[in-house]
Design a protein around this ligand. Structure first.
Ligand SMILES: *Cc1c(COP(=O)(O)O)cnc(C)c1O
Length: 230
């Protein structure tokens, strides 16, 4: 089988699994956006995935994304930033990405707001939460999420669309369920407290996206399940 056929087959399998998980949770397949995490994969692989019908990509490094998308993707494609972001890369990030999912500290909010103001746009962002409170992991502590969402609300050029988390690596995907449920509960609580919609829950990766969908994921971030092993 050719590389493109293999890719198309993997994507078809992922779509079927997403539809099964969504329906089992009483949700529609369209309520789940597949983010194809293309970090470390070349532009040719991104183009092949685009050719197979996916439109949303995820990258974790500004420099890599700048190089890879020097020739921009077609206008109906979007690239989301899912990796740690340094404040000095805020300006580039704002011009490259459709959403910054990894906002986890006040200094980054300030830098992104300035950068978005300079580009005269409203930048959608997510607050990344370290739900499982793993040391060394990026993301804010759950108790700090409210202050960050408020700070984004008070930033004229940013819009908070919701929350993102990375679950701990576990042998059994169902062990990630408390993390995903925790992010959803935190989102629900923030919507109540702040009286704002926070529709996006970005959670679930190649090994645990079925469980994430069951717990309400609107965006699943899939690298290996789509591109193959890195
Ligand atoms: C790499 C990465 C993914 C994708 O991981 P896979 O296990 O390849 O699906 C998802 N989210 C983030 C934040 C990542 O860095």
């Amino acid at each position: 089988m050719s590389a493109v056929d293999t890719l198309a087959l993997r994507i078809a399998e992922v779509r079927a699994a997403v539809a099964r998980a969504a329906e089992a949770a009483g949700r529609t397949p369209e309520s789940v956006t597949i983010v194809a995490v293309s970090k470390t994969f070349p532009r040719s692989a991104v183009d092949a995935v685009y050719g197979s019908g996916l439109r949303v990509f995820g990258e974790s490094r500004v420099q890599e994304a700048r190089d890879k998308y020097e020739v921009p993707l077609p206008g109906d494609a979007a690239i989301r930033m899912i990796g740690q972001l340094q404040t000095n890369k805020a300006r580039q990030a704002v011009s490259l990405f459709s959403c910054i999912e990894s906002v986890d500290r006040p200094a980054l909010i300030a830098a992104l707001d300035r950068a978005a103001a300079g580009s005269d746009l409203i930048m959608p962002v997510l607050v990344q939460v370290n739900v499982a409170r793993e040391p060394q992991k990026s993301g804010c502590a759950p108790c700090d999420a409210e202050a960050l969402v408020r700070a984004i609300q008070h930033s004229a050029h940013l819009r908070c669309d919701g929350l993102m988390t990375i679950a701990p690596l576990v042998a059994d995907a169902s062990d990630a369920r408390p993390t995903f449920a925790g992010l959803r509960e935190l989102r629900d609580a923030l919507q109540q407290t702040l009286s704002i919609p926070l529709p996006v829950l970005s959670m679930g990766m190649s090994n645990d996206y079925g469980v994430a969908i069951a717990e309400g994921a609107t965006h699943i971030r899939l690298g290996r399940a789509i591109f193959g092993s890195r």
